[in-house]
Design a protein around this ligand. Structure first.
Ligand code: URA
Length: 426
């Protein structure tokens, strides 16, 4: 059925029924493994054995404001571990790495297999999407799941993620399994089950796999929307943001995942040693230089990241204010993600184009003090008809209380072959 779908013999409406059946009935462990194997072999499986070093990749199950890959991949590559990465587009209310990269003028996320191999060989880093050759079943089914409300399903997520990751030629994998209101798995127990399933599949297929469980109960960092997220990533890579500000949580997750990737890539013996290396390549500028190399290698215009202010502006730039005093207790990430789609930052239909400029900048994060009339967010859109509803929705997404909630790490646990361990903030 999967090969028939890829070849065009099975139409979307029949595949939609299959996806809906999986959504309601789930799959057994054996079915999930078989499904993943068939998705993987719908295309080529790349062999990168001729590239020296342990190749390590990362994948997130999807969140709001989750631009970790844009910062993490250059960090790890700058530390000398090759990173071959196949990512996805925006899915449901979450953003996708490909759409973010494509907001950089000229950046090509669709490379042939020889081009893919040349880029990783030349600069130790490559970031592309599923193609007609690599994971083509996921390429088609991912887009269909996005618009048929069949994303939140453990075996479908597992098959989707692992077919890409097993096809790309990496030797080891770090997963970021999000949990909470802005994640596909809102309950902690379901997220743990998803993480265990992904780790089991990775190890069954001979790829050392580790999964972090991270909190997605507020957006990560301060930006939501493709170009806005590139800007935040560039600033974090340059080290001008990410310490004691709204991007600190983003860098906490990024450094922890980098630490783990550097352990798997044999450049560090402990995660904390890996975190130290990760911070060093931000401080000495080599992670940012690696990002610029990536843009050039994949056809992008690197001068835009040096002149961020030259990017075109949206027709509307609207401030959102709230009329309460106190501390921000919650910022509903689901509502923020859904509103960003109405602004043009995501898709409601398979064929819809993305507006790379559209999105939201948070001026307050959970725990921040706020006063009546203060600006808590600014949003950007070209669409006249959504301005009023977006303003109301975003104001409601902020909940204010008399005192700040307890400060918690965004990292909740770590799962590997040996089971689950607690995370001690570094
Ligand atoms: N990321 C993927 O690649 N696939 C999913 O199904 C969910 C998140």
């Amino acid at each position: 059925m999967i090969s028939g779908y890829v070849a065009g013999a099975i139409p979307d409406y029949q595949m939609s029924s299959f996806l809906m059946a999986c959504y309601f009935r789930g799959m057994s462990e054996e079915e999930t493994l078989t499904f993943t194997r068939l998705m993987l072999h719908s295309g080529d499986v790349i062999d990168l054995a001729d590239i020296p070093g342990v190749k390590v990749d990362k994948h997130s199950t999807g969140g709001v404001g989750d631009k970790v890959s844009l910062i993490l991949a250059p960090i790890v590559a700058a530390c000398g571990v090759p990173v071959p990465m196949i990512s996805g587009r925006g899915l449901g209310h979450t953003g996708g790495t490909l759409d973010k990269l494509e907001s950089i003028p000229g950046f090509r996320t669709s490379l042939s297999v020889p081009e893919y191999k040349n880029v990783i060989r030349d600069i130790g880093l490559v970031m592309i999407g599923q193609t007609e050759e690599i994971a083509p079943a996921d390429r088609k089914m991912y887009a269909l799941r996005d618009v048929t409300a069949t994303v939140e399903c453990i075996p479908l997520i597992a098959g989707s993620i692992m077919s890409k990751k097993l096809a790309e030629g990496s030797d080891a994998l770090v997963l970021d399994v999000k949990t909470g209101r802005g994640a596909f798995m809102q309950s902690y127990n379901c997220s743990v089950e998803l993480a265990r399933t992904l780790v089991r599949i990775g190890n069954t297929f001979g790829k050392e796999t580790v999964a972090f469980i991270t909190d997605m109960n507020q957006p990560l960092g301060t930006t939501i929307g493709n170009w806005l997220e590139v800007v935040e990533s560039v600033e974090c890579l340059k080290g001008t943001r990410g310490t004691n500000d709204g991007s600190s949580d983003l860098m906490e997750v990024t450094h922890a995942l980098a630490g783990s990737m550097l352990v798997l890539g044999k450049k560090a013996t402990t995660i904390s040693e890996g975190v130290r290396l990760s911070k060093e390549v931000i401080a000495d500028g080599s992670a940012y230089r690696k990002f610029l190399q990536l843009i050039v290698a994949q056809g992008g215009d690197a001068s835009v990241t040096e002149n961020l202010e030259r990017y075109p502006l949206s027709k509307h730039s609207i401030e959102v204010r709230i009329d309460e005093d106190g501390h921000v207790g919650e910022i509903d990430p689901l509502e923020i993600g859904l509103t960003s789609i109405t602004l043009g930052a995501g898709r409601a239909r398979v064929d819809e184009a993305i507006d790379p400029k559209a999105g939201i900048v948070l001026k307050k994060k959970v725990g921040d003090k706020t006063e009546i009339g203060e600006v808590v967010a600014v949003f950007y859109t070209d669409r006249d008809e959504v301005v009023e509803s977006a303003r109301t929705r975003l104001a409601k997404a902020f909940r204010v209380g008399p005192s700040p909630p307890e400060k918690r790490s965004r990292i909740l646990g770590l799962i590997d072959n040996a089971g689950m361990s607690e995370w001690t903030p570094l």
